[in-house]
Structure formats: C-alpha cells, structure tokens
Write a protein that binds this ligand. Structure first.
Ligand code: FAD
Ligand code: NDP
Length: 476
C-alpha cells in the first residue's frame, strides 16, 4: 500500500454501504488500509438494495409464495385438509426482523474489520474530499474527510416512466411493506423484477395482471426460454398481456383505474412499475470532482473501475453495467486488490464478464449461463442445439401442469457448451454448478461422459442426445 504524497484522513473513502461498498471497505481494511464508509440509509441501509429491498426479501417472499402451490400439490401425495391462510402481517414482520438482523451483521463486520462507518449522505467536493451530511439522530452536522482513494458504490433506484397518474404507482421498494395486501395487482414491465414480483404476488394470492410493451417477456434471454416462461406464467394464473402499455392511472372509489394504450381499462388495488433502474448519482458531486458520466448519469469506468478522475473508482449498479450482487462484489474485490494489494499468498483478482450465470426467481424459475441460441448463431455460425421439455417427476402426482425446459447450445466447431438454459424448479441452484463446468471449458462430450444423478431434473442436462431440428420451442 502506498503511503507517499500528501497526508489524507483516510486511505479509502467508500460512498455507499451496499453489496459493493461493504465488500470493498472490509477487504481494504483487512489489508491495513484506513477506511471510512458512508451510508445514507442509516444502519437500516447497510447491505444496500440486495439486503433491504432486493435479492434477500424478494427471495424470502418467493419462498412464501411457493407454499401456496405446495399445499395444493400435497393432496396428490395423500395429504388431506384445508390449506392454511396467509398472514401477510406476520410475513412482513418476520422479513423485517431478519433484515434488521442482517443490518446488524453488516455493521458488526464493518466495525470488526476496523472500518469507520458514518451514517449520512456523502458527496464529492473534489478528487480527494468527501462531505458527509450526518443523518438526523447524529448531531445534524457534516464532516469533511480527505482520502487518497474514493470508491463510489451508490447503487441505483427504480425509474418510473412519465404518464398521467404516475403518483399512484409503486416501485419494488414499496412492495415489501404494502398495506393492505393487494387483492388485485397490476405489474408493468417484462424484466427480472416485473416477472419475479408477478410470480410472487400471484403465489401469495393477488389476482395479477402483467403488462409488457414487447412481444415476449425477459428481453435478452434465450427466445425459447422467453416463450416457455410466458406460457408458464399464464398457466400459474397471471393475466399476461403482451404488446401492452399504460397510458394513464386514476384513483377511484373502487381502486385504481388503469387505462391502457388502445383504450381498455383494468381496475386494480395496486400498480407496480418495474420498468428499470437508474444510477444513484443525484447530489453526489460528480461534476464538482470532474467525474465523467454516461447514460442516465452512470459513472463511466475503465476495465480497472477507474473513473475519469484517477483517485476515484466506481463499482456496482452506479456504473449501470451488469446489475447483480455477485458482480458488484467481484468488482469491489478487484479494486481493493489493485489499490491495496491482494490477500497474502494470493494473486490479484480479475473480473471476467464472460459466462456470468444468472437466475430469475419466477415460478417456475429461470437459470441461464452463456449465449442464447441467437447470440451463438451470430457469433459462431455453426451450432448444435439440444432441448428438452418435460414434466418433472414430482408433478406426475402433484396435479400441477408445470413443465421444465432445458437447453444446451454447443459450438459445432469445438464441441464446447457455450449456452445452458433452464426453466424449472430450482433452476438457479442447478445452473450454478454447470456454470463452473462451462467456465472450465466443458464440451458436449464432457457432458455426455458425466453420469446423471437419478432421479433428478438436472440429469437431463447430461442425457440430451439428439440435436433439435424443429426450430423454435412451441407449446405442445
Ligand atoms: P446497492 O446495494 O444499491 O448499495 C448502494 C448503497 O449506497 C445503498 O445502501 C444506498 O443507500 C447508498 N447510497 C446511495 N447514495 C449515497 C450517498 N450519496 N451517500 C451515502 N450512501 C449512499 N441481484 C442478484 O444478484 N440476485 C437477485 O436475486 C437480485 N434481486 C434483486 C431484486 C430487486 C427487487 C432489486 C431492486 C435488485 C435485485 N438484484 C439482484 C440486484 C442487486 O440488488 C444489485 O445489483 C446490488 O445490490 C448492487 O450493489 P451496489 O453495491 O452497486 O449498490
Ligand atoms: P430490467 O431492465 O430487467 O427490465 C425493465 C423492464 O421494463 C423491461 O421489460 C423493459 O422493457 C420495461 N420498460 C422499460 N422502460 C419502460 C417504459 N417506459 N414503459 C414500459 N416498459 C418499460 O429492469 P428491472 O427493473 O426488472 O431490474 C433491474 C436490474 O436489477 C436487472 O436488470 C437485474 O440486473 C437486476 N435484478 C436481478 C435480479 C436477479 O438476479 N434475480 C432480480 C431483480 C433485479 P424492454 O425489455 O422492452 O426494454
């Protein structure tokens, strides 16, 4: 670690106590750096989006929603009796308690590794100075701190498009604490958040309508996956309307009246707009420090996460690239290794954006890693596609009509598996392991030589024998 040059109050100032910021602060402190971190949301903000209004509460609610179908399906396995009723207030309270526990764990980890934590909004004054307006409950004052390096890890926030009645709209941030539980919910959007929340609230008991402006949900995913998910969402009871847009919303005595382009209306109790996220850069002083910004204010960084100001780095959602927690964590560790050296005996880490696995926690869920069929055709030309669409063993007795899709894309020239996609129960859990194999360069031959685990759904990935000749997936 360099200690030359002017005396700074800190070696690293981290703005934002979310996934990237906390990881960077802890790792840097563990290398002996003097680290200060500012979090605008107080203790309850520690952990950032993922812990407080993202991955964790979302997944907890997804588990809750799965019980509804589990109770129903249990009859096929001989279980008798009425299904229990959801106590929404209890679920919310249990979630709040768990998040509070996690906020405490994060605070302990930071303090335990020697990071000074300031609760308040931070802004850059120049390339080496940050001002933190300490939150109410402190003494209401602000502090100026100079730092050799500054890391911007302020994440993002939901963006709602402009239309009349926009003030009646909710974002994912508010969905976790809704009161009362919405009997009728309209979800706008076709991305991760829209599809996940449509599934969750449908499972919890809302009558869900989902509007997406395009021809099929989950743009960017493999086309067969998109078509298959669309069918499964509808089978679960979601009223999915494609090529549809909201034009206005008004509050009436009977609920929110949502008018769609074309003139039809939908009456609902709540409207979730899940139409994308933008970087958190307001009042951050990026201009004052001379940090260059791109679309929606995203902080521009090079491959080492340096901004246009050499002393200022940025990671995670504020850079508006891959918005996933493990990516923010990975980027943070690369920055720390670069600035303060790697952990003893370890090589400096690097971040590789190839083959990032991801899951969408719809019901059923999506797991994917590598290229879509369309991307592979474009990039590689000759490919083989293997696909299977089946009813999982559990559903032979459960009464559920849910099906599972598995798909492999293979580079015909090298036999390497370049894309692996699944829609079905526990897709994220299954795809994570296959992502390791693909990262290691696994070929279709390696898949074929691997013995399956029977009876599982996952074994299908190692028993796909005949390439597809029939074109796109179609519902049979
Ligand atoms: P954040 O975690 O957002 O942290 C930024 C922090 O900075 C916040 O705590 C904020 O209060 C603070 N801050 C902002 N401005 C200031 C300031 N001026 N001064 C001080 N502090 C400031 N990813 C997955 O990998 N898996 C999932 O299942 C998943 N589910 C998601 C579900 C939802 C509903 C959402 C919204 C996101 C989900 N994500 C998921 C994405 C994931 O949450 C983000 O990619 C991740 O949190 C980004 O981390 P970050 O460190 O960049 O920012
Ligand atoms: P996404 O970018 O995934 O989806 C936004 C959706 O809103 C798209 O369907 C988009 O349509 C639509 N949209 C955008 N603007 C408008 C508009 N003006 N009118 C109507 N529809 C519009 O964003 P999300 O908010 O769902 O999620 C943000 C990010 O958070 C994700 O990209 C992901 O990285 C991360 N995340 C990860 C999760 C996970 O790992 N499981 C879960 C949740 C979030 P179109 O496709 O036509 O542009």
């Amino acid at each position: 670690m360099s200690t030359q040059g002017p005396a700074f109050d800190a070696d690293l100032f981290v703005i934002g106590g979310g996934s990237g910021g906390v990881r960077a602060a802890r790792m840097a402190a563990s290398r002996g750096a003097r680290v200060v971190l500012a979090e605008a949301g107080g203790v309850a903000g520690l952990g950032g989006t993922c812990v407080n209004v993202g991955c964790i509460p979302k997944k907890l609610y997804s588990y809750a929603a799965h019980y509804a179908e589990a109770f129903e399906e249990s009859h096929g396995f001989g279980w008798q009796g009425e299904p229990p009723r959801l106590d929404w207030a209890r679920l919310k309270e249990n979630r709040r308690n768990e998040l509070q526990r996690l906020n405490g764990v994060y605070q302990k980890l930071l303090l335990g590794s020697g990071v000074e934590v300031l609760f308040g909004r931070a802004r850059l004054l120049d390339a080496h100075t940050v001002q933190v307006d300490l939150e109410a409950g402190g003494d209401g004052t602000s502090r100026r701190i100079t730092a050799r390096h500054i890391l911007v890890a302020t994440g993002g926030r939901p963006e709602v498009p402009p239309f009349p009645g926009r003030e009646h709209v909710l974002t994912s941030n508010e969905m976790f604490d809704l009161d009362p539980f919405p009997a009728r919910l309209l979800v706008v959007g076709g991305g991760y958040i829209a599809c996940e929340f449509a599934s969750i609230f449908n499972g919890l008991g809302s009558k869900v309508t989902q509007l997406y402006r395009g021809p099929q949900v989950l743009r960017g995913f493999d086309d067969d996956v998109r078509a298959f998910v669309g069918v499964e969402l509808v089978k679960k009871g979601i009223d999915l309307r494609l090529n549809a847009q909201v034009s206005a919303v008004e509050r009436t005595a009977a609920g929110l009246r949502v008018t769609l382009q074309g003139g039809s209306t939908v009456m609902v109790d709540a409207l979730l707009c899940a139409t994308g996220r933008v970087p958190n850069v307001e009042s951050l002083g990026l201009d004052a420090a001379g940090v260059a910004q791109g679309k929606d204010g995203a902080v521009l960084v090079d491959e080492q996460y340096r901004t246009s100001v050499p002393s200022i780095h940025a990671v995670g959602d504020v850079t508006a690239r891959v918005q996933l927690t493990p990516v923010a964590l990975g980027e943070a560790m690369v920055v720390v290794d670069r600035l303060f050296g790697p952990a003893a005996g370890k090589a400096p880490r690097s971040m590789d954006y190839e083959l990032i696995p991801t899951a969408v926690f719809t019901h059923p869920s999506v797991g994917t890693v590598g290229m879509t069929e369309a991307q592979a055709r474009k990039a590689l030309g000759a490919i083989d596609v293997y696909r299977s669409d089946f009813k999982a063993l559990k559903h032979t007795l459960s009464g559920s009509s849910e099906r599972t899709l598995m798909k492999l894309i293979v580079d015909a020239a090298t036999d390497r598996v370049v894309g692996l996609h699944m829609v079905g129960a526990d897709a994220g859990e299954i795809v994570q392991g296959f992502a390791v194999a693909m990262k290691a360069g696994a070929t279709k031959g390696d898949f074929d030589r691997t013995i399956g685990i029977h009876p599982t759904a996952a074994e299908e990935f190692v028993t796909l024998r005949e390439p597809v000749t029939s074109g796109a997936w179609r519902q049979s």
